[in-house]
Design a protein around this ligand. Structure first.
Ligand code: HAM
Length: 404
């Protein structure tokens, strides 16, 4: 067979998918604990939604979108991120007042593929809408931090900054642009080409870092309300005991951010893909896509990168592997009994030899083995070195106290 997954996409099966399953389960647990119900939006949207939401000049929109014309002549785009679609769905629903949504699913960006940088990748994220207070920002940041801690991402760092708003940012951008113009000769070509279009993005440039260390910082030019908001977010993070670091040069690749911006870094990964997630406040996004003013804050985390970084030991697939000497018919009925009591059970349906069944059981990493008797009577249950005989009906209760 000559077909392979398209460049920058992956097939993910066991055993790797065990980790995915555990990470996505942990995500659901934390989203639930913070009161975020699931929201599901289409995987493709009108192209204009991303142009207006994410921003015409961003790399995501100019270089990375999977855009095509459908059979009805409409320009549609595979979603490169989830925020614009969720905000559209929120506006469309007519909801008013604080509104929460959590999502999990594939996103698409035409990038040069490498580890942790895929053309189809998976994000989990939340959006918290129609809220303007700094406590909302802090709660959102906390959720991401608790989840990433739960999935055991080593070297986790939370980095925060404020990007100001429509009142104070324009003045700062002028000051920054002047600084960049004065230092034009010391900047790389990419940075020079950004001075006119989007000088904030220059702050992100790793090559120009030595020059940018002296660049004026947004933080020093915030208007009074933005400065107060930022201070309150940081105070809340301290009270929640979330370790964070301020980075005066943190900017984000998408245009919709105002005030708080943050990233979660897995510092054990290569710098090129060590941002396991990012987010911030986007008070103007709803209006930018044609809706009413609805300030909001959210984040998205890249599950592909989380999996690269995580040291989580996956939970095995099954609790019990059933071994039968009398063929799959009996095993199937016994499995059904155990499953009805909540155990996860696997078995051989092909009538293979007992030896072959033991081999498969070993590979399955089942926590326990249940060997069916040749003629009625008790089954044989084994966990590691421990063995016991009992009626099939008693197996679930017996295992319950022994399986972690
Ligand atoms: P973003 O920073 O573009 O933000 O993406 C968030 C995360 O998605 C990144 O930190 C990274 O882990 C992962 N990611 C992005 N591109 C790729 C890729 N090509 N391959 C693998 N992983 C990738 C957003 O998408 C915003 N919508 C976040 C947000 C939500 N802001 C407010 N609400």
């Amino acid at each position: 067979m000559s077909f392979r997954p398209p460049k920058g996409t992956d097939d993910i099966g066991a055993p790797e998918s065990h980790v995915w399953r555990d990470v996505l389960r942990e995500w659901e647990t934390w989203a639930d604990r913070f009161g975020y119900p699931l929201v599901m939006t289409p995987i493709f949207e009108a192209t204009e939604l991303f142009e207006r939401g994410v921003g015409d000049d961003t790399e995501v929109v100019t270089k990375q979108m999977y855009t095509f014309t459908d059979r009805g002549g409409r320009s549609v785009t595979l979603r490169p991120e989830g925020t614009a679609g969720v905000v559209r769905a929120f506006l469309d629903s007519g909801a008013t007042g604080a509104w929460k949504g959590a999502y999990s699913g594939p996103m698409f960006r035409y990038e040069r593929p490498q580890a942790g940088r895929r053309r189809q990748f998976w994000q989990v994220g939340v959006e918290y809408l129609d809220v303007k207070g700094p406590a909302a920002d802090a709660e959102v940041i906390e959720l991401g931090f608790r989840f990433l801690t739960g999935v055991e991402v080593p070297g986790l760092e939370v980095v925060v900054n404020s990007l100001g708003d429509e009142v104070c940012r324009p003045g700062y951008v002028t000051i920054l642009r002047n600084f960049l113009e004065e230092n034009r000769d010391r900047l790389c070509d990419d940075s020079v080409s950004l001075i006119g279009v989007n000088p904030l993005r220059v702050l992100d440039c790793k090559i120009c870092a030595p020059v940018l260390n002296d660049a004026p910082a947004m933080k020093d030019h915030l208007c009074e309300p933005c400065a107060a908001h930022y201070d309150e977010v940081m105070t809340a993070l301290k009270r929640l005991e979330i370790p964070y670091r301020e980075d005066r040069r943190l900017v984000r690749g998408l245009d919709y951010y105002t005030r708080t911006a943050f990233e979660y870094l897995a510092t054990d990964l290569e710098a090129a893909q060590n941002a396991v997630g990012g987010g911030g406040r986007y008070d103007g996004l709803a209006e930018a896509i044609g809706g009413r003013r609805a300030p909001g804050v959210g984040f998205a985390l890249g599950v592909d990168r989380i999996i690269l970084a995580s040291v989580l030991e996956p939970d095995p697939q099954v609790d019990v592997y059933l071994v039968s000497e009398t063929g799959p018919g009996d095993a199937l009925v016994a499995a059904s009994t155990l499953r009805s009591r909540g155990l996860r059970v696997d078995l051989d349906t092909e009538g293979r030899s007992v030896k072959a069944q033991f081999r498969t059981a070993g590979r399955s990493q089942a926590r326990a083995l249940v060997v069916l008797p040749t003629e009625g009577g008790d089954v044989d249950v084994r966990i590691d070195e421990e063995r016991a005989q009992m009626p099939l009906q008693d197996v679930a209760a017996w295992l319950e106290s022994r399986l972690p």
